[in-house]
Design a protein around this ligand. Structure first.
Ligand SMILES: [Cu+2]
Length: 114
């Protein structure tokens, strides 16, 4: 009886330990930063992230917008959309100047990758 109880609690402890390890993200775990694409601004308009962070833009406005790099270490350009999201992993350090190409005079943001 005593042996059975000890075995059961040992199993419970190791189960808890496994769950704890799985629940704690490693330091290199993929981080995601969210930016809202609104009418007619990005929110936040400036983000600073570590290299290999994924930035996820989520369309929350009603008008058509896109996400394009105007100047930066790498170029990318989303489709023009009114809903949905666009994700990009930033693998190169540097400053990315981004705008919505439709409203480029007012709709800008900066992603700094360190
Ligand atoms: Cu726009």
């Amino acid at each position: 009886m005593r042996t059975r109880i000890l075995t059961a609690s040992a199993a419970a402890v190791s189960t808890v330990a496994v769950i704890a390890v799985l629940a704690v993200p490693g330091s290199d775990a993929a981080a995601t930063k969210t930016v809202e694409v609104d009418d007619f601004h990005f929110s936040p308009a400036s983000v600073t992230v570590k290299r290999n962070t994924t930035v996820k833009w989520i369309w929350v406005g009603k008008a058509e917008h896109d996400v394009e790099v105007v100047k930066g270490p790498k170029d990318f350009h989303s489709k023009v959309m009114t809903t949905g999201s666009y994700t990009k992993k930033f693998t190169k350090k540097g400053t990315y100047r981004i705008d919505c190409s439709i409203h480029s005079s007012i709709m800008k943001m900066v992603v700094k990758v360190k």
